[in-house]
Design a protein around this ligand. Structure first.
Ligand code: NI
Length: 171
């Protein structure tokens, strides 16, 4: 078990476009995924992208059981998604509050597509193709943005809706 430090906003690695994974089911890849799982669990995250622990590869993990950070959120299946491609299935976007382990203590209101299809590969190289909506779709879009060097503040339309959790809790 290895919990790796999560890079925070300002680290240039978080702004890079990550490279495609070319070899599946290798000890290196499986070890990386294990470290990402350990790190996500230790930090109580809903998802984590490899660049957040300093590995510039197109690999994300996500999954929500019942997460204390998102008590209202429906469960999202535990997923390893490699070389992902997202297609919006309709133009409608919805605003929702997002946090990120790379911006601890902060939260912002971010528009995301409500209904998407995502495809890619699992750790063994098996193809994945799933339709998702609402919170599940939001998590996937947030994590995949990391692979293109995009942190959620860039998606916020009204920066007045970008705040410290502790202040919002007092409202
Ligand atoms: Ni994030």
């Amino acid at each position: 078990m290895a919990i790796r430090p999560v890079l925070r906003m300002g680290n240039p690695l978080l702004l890079q476009c990550a490279e495609e994974v070319t070899e599946f089911n290798t000890p290196e890849l499986l070890g990386l995924i294990k470290d990402m799982r350990d790190t996500m669990q230790a930090e109580d995250g809903a998802g984590l992208a490899a660049p957040q622990i300093g590995v510039s590869l197109r690999l994300v993990i996500f999954g929500v059981d019942q997460n204390p950070r998102y008590p209202e959120a429906p469960a999202v299946p535990e997923t390893v998604l490699i070389n992902p491609v997202i297609t919006a299935l309709e133009d409608t976007m919805a605003d929702g509050w997002e946090g990120c382990l790379s911006l601890p203590g902060l939260r912002g209101l971010v528009p995301r597509y409500q209904h998407i299809r995502y495809s890619g590969f699992d750790a063994l190289g098996q193809p994945i193709e799933i339709e998702a909506s609402d919170f599940h779709a939001r998590v996937v879009q947030h994590e995949c943005d990391h692979l293109d060097g995009i942190l959620y503040p860039r998606r916020i339309k009204d920066l007045r809706q970008f705040a410290y959790n502790e202040e919002l809790l007092q409202l």
